[in-house]
Design a binder for this molecule. Structure first.
Ligand code: NG1
Length: 495
């Protein structure tokens, strides 16, 4: 795909949403415009839109440099924007009254804006996108003042990337307001780095999926040597395949739990890479498992990708020493010994920029997950290319194996995710797994179109009715839904 393309501007919603969603989305956009006019006494100039995503396969490997395969969903973040030359203030409000309106000002070309990442403040995500884009716009003396009203429909903390949808639409609003000459590729790359300003050491899958996706396609995203995306047509099966997303409603707030969960996993995979580059005698020391893979197989064209992951995993497992804590993992001192560096150096290198809290680092288990998960991404893409009578079973089996690995080796599942996946598999899902960071949040299931109602009913009856009996019908419909691959970021001007 040509990555120099710019985000498209549309004047009709049918370029953005599937026909079945047009009525609902039309009403939502009208409401946004009407509320904007009530608050600011003028109409917006445009609406910036970026969707959430569901990851089909490839969990927790984007930050290791390995490819992943998400698709965009209909749920998104839309921001109505009007600009002014009178000042450089940014006024931001939300249609959801839970989020209070705020105002901040441009603090000059050096600083742009202060982001206090010790506070969990909703507008920080806007500031991330704003700052990231203006840092790039070196020639811009004075950005426009902005009036903003936001409507987000991606449930927060659910693994559907509400944060990336927010940061990418904020970045897009800033680009469009200031007429910055930035491509989709630049928008994505800057949004990835920008989102780290809120204190989570995120990978790049979500932003790429949010910006580059197209209706009816999954997106194979690769990060090395640089971010690249490839549309993958989902196979036409008989009966047609369908994806259902079910939110466990266990909120996994990445910002709050990052030191023990997400950021710790990033550090564990980096430590594993550092150790393996020494232990496997690679040319130089690296700290991503993808670099370990590339160096280990440099010049080897004889094995297939799948064989390579198996070979490397075997070599890695043999190289790791036995830990001293009965399989719980290595202490920082043990890792220091393994990589022949002082513990203090490791601490400074891996545990200061992003907070990490743990007694043990489970490098063996994490490595096992990462190599097998990338193997599954390669297999999933291959099955999509050659559809036959077994396609649904094969894709489902890959998704189930991913879930098992996330649960057993990456410890990023939770009892509720496992329950929902079991219910799904017992009710016509070929595969079911967590999607996104895990520790709660959403699951994704592969089924067929005719089976969607049965599957959704089973999850409502056997999960929500028991665990969350007081949900309203609307909340239930928000929690479990069928989804199709949706389109990526866009600017909408059709009003
Ligand atoms: P969620 O939790 O869905 O936003 C996070 C990361 C991804 C990826 C997945 C795990 C952020 C913004 N996103 O997704 O990059 O690492 O976890 O596969 O941190």
């Amino acid at each position: 795909m040509s990555n120099n393309a710019r985000v498209p501007t549309y004047d009709s919603l049918d370029k953005i949403y599937a026909t079945s969603a047009l009525g609902k989305q039309g009403a939502r956009y009208n409401n946004l415009i009407q509320k904007f006019t009530e608050i600011y006494g003028r109409k917006p100039d445009f609406i910036a839109r970026s969707p959430g995503r569901v990851n089909l396969i490839g969990e927790h490997i984007d930050y290791c440099g390995f490819g992943v395969m998400p698709m965009a969903i209909e749920r998104d973040c839309i921001i109505a924007v009007a600009t002014t030359d009178q000042d450089t203030k940014v006024r931001i409000a939300n249609v959801n009254p839970k989020y209070e309106a705020r105002e901040f000002d441009f603090e000059g070309k050096e600083k742009i804006v202060t982001i206090d990442d010790t506070k969990h403040e909703w507008t920080n995500y806007f500031k991330c996108g704003y700052k990231g884009m203006l840092e790039r716009a070196k020639d811009l003396e004075k950005p426009k003042g902005m009036y903003l009203l936001l409507d987000g429909s991606v449930p927060a903390g659910s693994g559907l990337s509400s944060s990336a949808a927010f940061v990418c639409s904020a970045a897009l609003a800033t680009i469009e307001a200031n007429k910055l000459p930035l491509s989709k590729q630049e928008l994505t790359e800057i949004a990835i780095v920008a989102e780290r300003n809120v204190g989570v050491n995120s990978g790049g899958m979500d932003q790429a999926a949010s910006v580059f996706s197209e209706q009816q396609y999954a997106l194979h995203v690769e990060f090395v040597p640089r971010l690249s995306t490839q549309l993958v047509k989902l196979p036409e099966t008989q009966p047609p395949m369908a994806f259902v997303i079910a939110n466990t409603l266990v909120t996994a707030d990445k910002f709050v739990t990052a030191p023990r969960n997400y950021n710790l996993r990033v550090v564990e995979t980096r430590m594993a890479a550092l150790f393996l580059s020494r232990a496997l005698g690679l040319d130089h020391q690296v700290d991503s498992l993808k670099e370990v893979y590339d160096l280990y197989f440099k010049g080897d064209n004889s094995s297939s990708d799948v064989e390579k992951y198996d070979k490397l995993l075997d070599a890695a497992i043999q190289a790791f020493p036995q830990d001293k804590s009965n399989g719980q993992g290595y202490t920082l001192e043990e890792v220091a010994e393994m990589v022949n560096l002082p513990a203090q150096t490791l601490h400074e290198r891996y545990m200061t920029r992003f907070p990490v809290e743990t007694d043990y680092f489970r490098l063996v288990q994490r490595t096992r997950h990462v190599f097998t998960e990338e193997r599954r991404v390669v297999q999933f893409a291959a099955v999509c290319k050659h559809a036959d009578a077994n396609t649904l079973q094969e894709l489902g089996a890959i998704m189930n194996a991913s879930q098992e690995s996330c649960d057993k080796y990456y410890n990023c599942s939770c009892p509720e995710i496992n329950t929902v996946c079991d219910i799904a598999r017992n009710n016509g899902a070929y595969g079911a797994r967590l999607t996104g960071a895990g520790w709660g949040g959403c699951t994704v299931m592969l089924t067929t179109e005719p089976n969607v109602p049965k599957l959704i009913k089973a999850i409502k009856d056997q999960y929500y009715a028991i665990k969350f009996p007081n949900l309203t019908p609307e909340e239930l419909d928000d929690a479990v839904l069928a989804t199709q691959p949706g389109s990526g970021s866009a600017v909408y001007v059709g009003f």
